[in-house]
Write a protein that binds this ligand. Structure first.
Ligand code: ATP
Length: 202
């Protein structure tokens, strides 16, 4: 599974539709201060399901929408599309029979975010799991933002372990375990209610 194209539209400083080809191998982004290098990396995290406004350097999720400039009015939505080549069939289960994957995330003011995978509506969780299982995703250690190296050096061992877990592709399993535990707790609560009802009827 390989990322080969990203398209930004109304995302932060990328007000006009912008297509970028991601070539094979290591990709470096260079440009003068403030030209949008970090915004590009944030767009990649965002389309993979990042939900923390702080990780997007904003106060709320709608801050990713182009906010306007002296010559351009603000936009009403932001959209990022990521095109993946899956000819090696390495996408996680549920997606591995597809030749290509087009992941689209769109946020509209006052209407929130929506995702599509190959033009079909998808849940945020499905997109997040797709990338977590593929050892990448919004928290992937492969995307290194400014200040992250020193944060890692100063991090507590538990937090450093999380980076290794993300790289090993097991963070999706933790999420599933957490969801299973919540379901189990719900079932236990229901069972104790059933016991109460049986006791009342007896
Ligand atoms: P540096 O090299 O200094 O780290 P950079 O190339 O990484 O800079 P970014 O931080 O990606 O640059 O981009 C900053 C620019 O993006 C600023 O000019 C800022 O005004 C603009 N920007 C951020 N959010 C929005 C938004 N919602 N709407 C319009 N412009 C935005």
């Amino acid at each position: 599974m390989r990322f080969n194209r990203i398209r930004l539209n109304g995302f932060k400083s990328f007000v006009d539709p912008t297509d970028l080809v991601i070539a094979e191998g290591l990709t470096g982004v260079v440009g003068p201060n403030g030209c949008g290098k970090s915004n590009l990396l944030e767009a990649l995290r965002w389309v993979m399901g990042e939900n923390r406004p702080t990780a997007m350097r904003g106060g709320g999720m709608e801050d990713v929408i182009f906010a306007g400039a002296s010559t351009r009015p603000a936009r009403n939505f932001a959209e990022v599309s990521l095109h993946l080549d899956n000819s090696d069939r390495l996408a996680p289960a549920g997606f591995n029979d597809l030749d290509t994957l087009d992941i689209v995330r769109r946020i509209t003011r006052d209407a929130g975010s929506a995702y599509k995978v190959n033009s079909k509506d998808a849940r945020a969780r499905d997109v997040q799991m797709l990338f977590a299982d593929a050892s990448t995703g919004a928290h992937s250690p492969a995307l290194v933002r400014q200040g992250q190296i020193s944060e890692l050096i100063n991090a507590k061992p538990q937090n450093r372990r999380r980076v290794l877990e993300e790289a090993a592709g097991i963070s999706g399993l933790y999420q599933r375990r957490h969801e299973a535990e919540l379901k189990l707790r719900g079932a236990e609560t229901n069972l104790s209610r059933v016991d109460d009802v049986i006791e009342q009827l007896a």
